[in-house]
Design a protein around this ligand. Structure first.
Ligand SMILES: *Cc1c(COP(=O)(O)O)cnc(C)c1O
Length: 365
């Protein structure tokens, strides 16, 4: 079976080696005669599997010991609510939110149910999509935290620097950028990510939270559902209730694969090269393809582009699929095309895509 190169934004490509391993050990996992999906989460085998996944993530991201690592249900959007619920902990609180686009706006809308949101900066789109300079952000005094979205998956805008949060803990929705480049975890109070882009199957979210912030959650335990409570989940090893065992197991295989392939530093280098190849192709197309994000804000994970002749869009997608390139349709809110270049998408996929795009331009341009 020849598999296409999969540029899907999420759920996204998984390493082929991982899929093979899942297939091989599916019926008889770790010699127990049953699959991981049929194994008790409190049995030794699964506990070991869970522990290995956490240890690998800690090693890959160099997560300091005073941070909890949680594997939780509900994807990133449940964290849009869990973050303010836990960090406000029943008190009245103002939090600063950086509105960089679609996902940041949804995170803000959810947070408004639980605290006062100060939209301290807003993405600009006058010709090119870009964020205002950090010096111009309207931060509030004594904010409970500063929330931002390091990579906006839909528009393809990425922060290439971590903002200076000052006294406020920095909270980041890293769903589409975690493990794609190095981050100094110490700069953050809390990191969360839906798994289905760079970690594993959907249905799982990873939360990395500094202990003192998880304790804030403990103080507000009366108002936060137990499965969403960071302190309770930390105390229970992310097993307040039955965790998404299959997703957690596959995430563990992806993390092991990553460690065996040079870790985050190697991915960072490869991801920068992949993105540069594709942006070059777009920028050298004489306007046939166009990316609307200002150069210093371009995402290395999600490369968006439109065709000068939008009526060719469906033909582009059909011919791309025939050439073994799938998942290129842009988000329904944005239109156009989007190539997502997560860790599991190999450089050869980008080369094949740019060859296709050049050929398409030469025959239709
Ligand atoms: C995909 C994505 C989400 C949504 O994740 P769900 O797991 O579907 O809730 C949130 N934030 C960002 C940045 C994303 O890329």
């Amino acid at each position: 079976m020849s598999r296409p190169f999969n540029f899907s934004p999420g759920p996204a490509a998984l390493p082929e080696e991982v899929l093979q391993q899942v297939r091989e050990e599916l019926p008889d996992w770790r010699g127990g005669g049953v699959s991981v999906m049929e194994s008790g989460h409190r049995e030794d085998d699964f506990r070991r599997c869970a522990h290995e996944a956490e240890a690998d993530l800690r090693a890959l991201m160099e997560i300091p010991g005073d941070y909890h690592v949680l594997f939780l249900h509900g994807g990133a959007q449940l964290q849009f609510a869990a973050v303010p619920m836990n960090l406000a902990a029943g008190q009245s609180l103002t939090a600063d939110y950086v509105n960089s686009g679609h996902w940041a706006a949804l995170a803000m809308a959810e947070a408004r149910r639980y605290l006062t949101v100060n939209e301290c900066a807003t993405v600009a789109d006058d010709g090119a999509v870009a964020m205002p300079e950090e010096g111009a952000w309207r931060r509030s005094d004594g904010a409970g935290y500063l929330h931002y979205t390091p990579n906006e998956t839909i528009s393809g805008l990425e922060f290439h620097r971590v903002p200076e949060a000052g006294d406020a803990p920095l909270v980041a929705d890293m769903s589409s950028v975690i493990l794609s480049r190095r981050f100094a975890v110490r700069r953050f109070g809390l990191i969360y990510a839906g798994a289905q882009k760079n970690i594993g199957p959907a249905g799982l979210a990873v939360v990395i939270v500094r202990r003192d912030l998880a304790e804030r959650a403990a103080a507000g335990a009366g108002t936060v559902p137990r499965v969403m409570n960071y302190a309770a989940q930390a105390a229970a090893g992310s097993m307040v209730n039955t965790p998404p065992v299959f997703a957690w197991y596959v995430a563990g295989l992806v993390l092991r694969w990553l460690r065996g392939n040079g870790g985050v530093a190697a991915m960072e280098k490869q991801n920068a090269e992949k993105a540069a190849v594709l942006y070059n192709c777009i920028d050298n197309s004489g306007g046939f393809y166009r990316n609307r994000v200002a150069a210093e804000w371009r995402s290395r994970m999600n490369v968006t582009f439109t065709l000068a002749a939008p009526q060719l869009g469906e033909t582009f997608l059909a011919e791309a699929a025939a050439a073994g390139l799938t998942g290129l349709r842009g988000h329904r809110a944005a239109g156009g095309m989007r190539a997502s270049l997560y860790n599991a998408l190999p450089p050869a996929g980008v080369l094949q895509l740019t060859e296709f795009m050049n050929h398409f331009r030469q025959t239709r341009g």
